[in-house]
Ligand binder design. Structure first.
Ligand code: GRF
Length: 188
């Protein structure tokens, strides 16, 4: 059994609240070796830099997806990353990239998978009259939000619920579920 913490890279596109939750739970199980973003202006990058995390920012605009992913892959390898946690990373990874990191990329998705893959998950759960929404952590495969589900957290849908009010309560659960699931995943 390995005693050194697993080396994790976190990929973000925006505010990075899940990245912050992951950062707060670093320890014996894992360390964050890189925070990477496809949006150089992502607010989460500023937080990462201010908190001493290595960062990498590159937009695919102008260089194309293949060159962007090559550069991202190099940055991940240079940082020594063994695992990748997507945390509000809004860009689809190519099949080739997923294949290179097969079984080593996980994502958090704001629905109770396999329900509501893709966008607008909370609005869709409310419109369907579901009793609960929630979030799931899953392994990333070539199928969008389709890999093995590693953990889920349910949040009841209340009378008068809006997508925003549900999203806010689900986010609290995301911040608990993601670090706990990542720790179990890198140990397994
Ligand atoms: C979260 O709701 C996550 O489930 C989804 O995108 C959102 C990212 O939020 N994939 P943050 O950037 O982690 O705050």
């Amino acid at each position: 059994m390995s005693t050194s913490p697993a080396k994790v890279a976190v990929l973000i596109s925006g505010r990075g609240s899940n990245m912050q939750a992951l950062a707060g739970e670093q320890g014996e199980a894992y360390r964050i070796v890189l925070v990477a973003s496809d949006r150089p202006e992502a607010a989460g990058l500023t937080w990462a830099r201010e908190h001493g995390l290595e960062s990498f920012a590159l937009s695919p605009k102008g260089i194309g997806k293949a060159a962007y992913e090559e550069a991202l892959d190099s940055a991940l390898r240079d940082a020594g990353a063994e695992w990748i946690a997507l945390a509000g990373y809004m860009r689809l990874l190519s099949d080739a990239f997923v294949a290179r990191w097969r079984g080593r990329i996980i994502n958090i998705h704001p629905s109770l998978l396999p329900k509501y893959k893709g966008l607008d998950t909370h609005a869709r759960a409310i419109a369907a009259g579901d009793a609960a929404g929630g979030c799931s952590v899953h392994v990333v495969t070539e199928e969008l939000d389709g890999g093995e589900v590693l953990g889920r957290a349910e949040v009841p849908i209340l009378p008068g619920e809006t997508p925003d009010s549900l999203a806010a309560r689900v986010l609290v659960e995301e911040h608990r579920l993601y670090p706990a699931t990542l720790k179990a995943f890198v140990r397994s």
